[in-house]
Design a protein around this ligand. Structure first.
Ligand code: FE2
Length: 673
């Protein structure tokens, strides 16, 4: 999601909802209207099975469809020209070889596949409804998920073959929509409260789900399998070669609730830490899945008293790090006439640190300044002494007990993977601080404006550049609040103290952070993020990312030093050509790499002037230099959310498959210098 790429739909289980609905004049009026409108259909509705079943085409469903058709008017939400690359594309029938390239794919680039997920709306996304209950509207993030994949395959002679493919994530709701071949789910995220609630209930009655399964936000690997995921349902396993959707991943039946978009592999064990947010209690459940993906090792209700939208979770060698922030989904608020989604800065913000297999009672909560943070760079454990700015741009803190851990970043991963038991005994793990780095804003970009305000105007105003010579945000100016900046929280487990600071100024908003994933949970030196083009974003009313940033966590910004502003770190930028914007950026580690930034940044970009989509490969060590390769795709790739590179040994058996598809395949990519 955009700080933004966040899926904002609500999962609802197949059970009928049982919420305590408060009485109010507004709600009584709504109940009256709902009751009279539904009365002719009530008997039929009550007999509907409350489960998803593609085959259900009985009279009852037709009657409810007739009710929806007669009551809800569907209105398209057209895109304006500057939003053209948010429009969906057709699904390709087969993979296509890509031969148009500038530069060269490096010899030591790993074989594998770069996959990006994103919304590709069909069947009613990008529509609004108006009815006797009021208006509801779609938000862009609600489109059905489509995967875009670029396969990098090295031939026997060392030459590269590059193949592009896209494919919808075939969820059960997409199958249902295809079967019906018509607008099915009513938009149930933003709009007038009675209209959102009636859409929510009608979706539930007709399809057993309040919203369609999006599966449009991220892709990840675990236990040798690849999954696509979005917040509002379980992940879908994907065949990495064909992009065919295989099945829901419920961890052998043990996990039966939504699954957040950014699960994290714990350092050392390789266990996967997940959270699942639901609109009904328990609101947030944390799980730990075995490294092979076959067993749910731990599952615990965090016992939050609100449905906080946890989009990301942090891990360290010993802890899970969870955010309880005041961006909430609340059905009671909806029936009282408020928004289903809302950010309330005075609602309290806190970060919880819990042992890997802890429970709600073992969470140590740290109250932090109000914020809305969707994405994390990383979390790690640190010593209690902080050196302000050590020489040579090394690190920002030192553990007295084990300097090796912090001075040689590649070592911890090796130690943890091979000598885990010994390392747990090492005193270097007497680290009192848990550090979290994320992209922090002061307001949520979703769900958008409150009732009555023009949506485009709101986003256009909120996304415009910040004019701040001091590098700070005016927290009194509401126009500056959805400006995400790299941020550090230091949580002292011994004293309970919290130290917070911005890591970068206000020249660029930054989001969609990523790192070398070998360092997840361990102190790292470099982070990367997408850089928002505030002018273009404001003009289109949609967040667009016109470049990339490389953050040096252990080095002070030279400009900051000159201005005597302590705390801001060094940042390098790689900006694209004019009117070119990226999505799905990821780090590709170099085989046999020594340094943390030995590797490449890979990203999808689209040039809106030429309507051309490319994949760029940028040397992470020479970040400001021009890309080492620009691969021009034969089809447009819309902007999307998160991407990942997964190494695969493709050369031997996959090339055979490719040759079957492309008899004339030469295994040589045409290089245009
Ligand atoms: Fe995300």
């Amino acid at each position: 999601m955009t700080s933004s790429g966040l899926p904002v739909l609500v999962h609802c289980s197949a059970k009928r909802p049982s919420i305590s609905i408060p009485s109010s004049p507004k709600f009584d009026d709504f109940k009256g209207r709902l009751s009279s409108a539904f009365k002719p259909f009530l008997k039929e509705i009550q007999q509907l099975p409350m489960r998803m079943d593609v085959a259900v085409k009985d009279t009852s469903l037709k009657l409810v469809d007739a009710f929806v058709d007669s009551v809800f008017q569907i209105v398209d939400q057209p895109l304006i020209p500057s939003q053209s690359n948010f429009a969906p594309v057709d699904e390709l029938k087969e993979a296509v070889q890509v031969t148009n390239m500038q530069g060269e794919i490096p010899d030591d680039f790993p074989e594998g596949v770069y996959i990006r997920n994103g919304p590709n709306p069909i069947f009613g996304a990008l529509t609004s409804t108006s009815s006797m209950f009021g208006r509801t509207g779609s938000v862009w993030v609600e489109g059905e998920g489509m995967l875009h994949a670029l396969y990098f395959c090295r031939g026997h002679d060392g030459s590269w073959t590059v193949v592009y493919k896209n494919r919808y994530v075939e969820t059960e709701t997409l199958k249902l929509e295809k079967h019906r071949s018509r607008h099915s789910f009513l938009p149930a995220t933003e709009g007038d409260s009675p209209a959102v609630l009636s859409a929510y209930l009608l979706n539930l009655m007709r399809f057993g789900k309040a919203n369609k399964q999006l599966n449009n936000t991220n892709v990840f690997e675990h236990g040798g399998k690849m999954y696509s995921v979005a917040e509002n349902d379980k992940p879908q396993e994907i065949n990495i070669l064909t992009l065919q959707t295989l099945d829901d991943w419920d961890v052998n039946g043990a996990w039966n609730r939504p699954f957040s978009s950014h699960p994290k592999k714990a350092p050392g064990t390789g266990e996967l830490v997940i959270v699942g947010v639901d609109v009904m209690k328990p609101f947030v459940v944390l799980g730990v899945i075995s490294a092979d993906g076959k067993k749910l090792l731990h599952q615990v209700d965090l016992k939050l008293n609100r449905c906080s939208l946890l989009h990301d979770v942090g891990v360290t060698p010993r802890y899970n790090v969870v955010m309880d922030l005041p961006i909430t989904i609340d059905l009671k608020r909806l029936v009282r006439g408020g928004s289903l989604f809302k950010y309330e800065s005075d609602g309290g913000s806190r970060i919880g640190v819990m042992p890997r297999y802890g429970d709600a009672d073992s969470i140590q909560w740290f109250k932090v300044k109000p914020n809305c943070t969707y994405h994390l760079f990383n979390c790690f454990e640190d010593g209690d002494e902080v050196k302000s700015w050590p020489d040579h741009g090394q690190i920002s803190s030192i553990c007295h007990n084990c300097s090796v851990l912090l001075h040689t970043p590649l070592e911890p991963a090796r130690i943890l993977s091979s000598l885990t038991d010994i390392h747990w005994e090492c005193s270097c793990f007497n680290l009192e601080q848990v550090v979290m780095w994320g992209c922090r804003a002061l307001e949520s970009i979703i769900p958008g404006p409150e009732k009555g305000e023009n949506k485009f105007d709101w986003f256009s105003r909120k996304l415009r550049p910040i004019k701040s010579s001091e590098g700070s945000i005016d927290e009194e100016s509401e126009d500056q609040l959805i400006f995400p900046r790299p941020y550090e929280w230091r949580l002292n487990r011994k004293t309970g103290d919290v130290k917070e600071r911005n890591l970068a100024g206000t020249e660029f908003a930054m989001d969609f952070p990523f790192i070398n994933e070998a360092f997840i949970g361990l102190q790292n030196k470099y982070g990367f993020s997408q850089v928002r083009d505030s002018v273009a974003s404001s003009a289109s009313g949609m967040a667009k990312y016109g470049g990339l940033a490389k953050l040096y966590f252990g080095e002070q910004s030279p400009e900051s030093y000159l201005r005597e502003e302590q705390g801001l770190i060094k940042v390098e930028y790689h900006m694209f050509e004019k009117n070119t914007f990226c999505s799905g950026s990821a780090f590709v580690p170099k085989d046999e790499g020594v340094d943390e930034d030995d590797g490449w940044v890979i990203t999808f970009v689209h040039n809106e002037d030429t309507n051309t989509s490319q994949v760029l490969i940028i040397d992470a060590k020479s970040f400001t230099s021009k890309p080492v390769a620009k691969i021009t795709l034969p089809f447009r790739v819309p902007y999307g959310f998160h991407g990942a590179f997964m190494q695969l040994v493709l050369a031997i058996w996959f090339l055979d498959s490719l040759q079957a598809m492309f008899p004339a395949l030469s295994h040589v990519v045409v290089i245009e210098l």
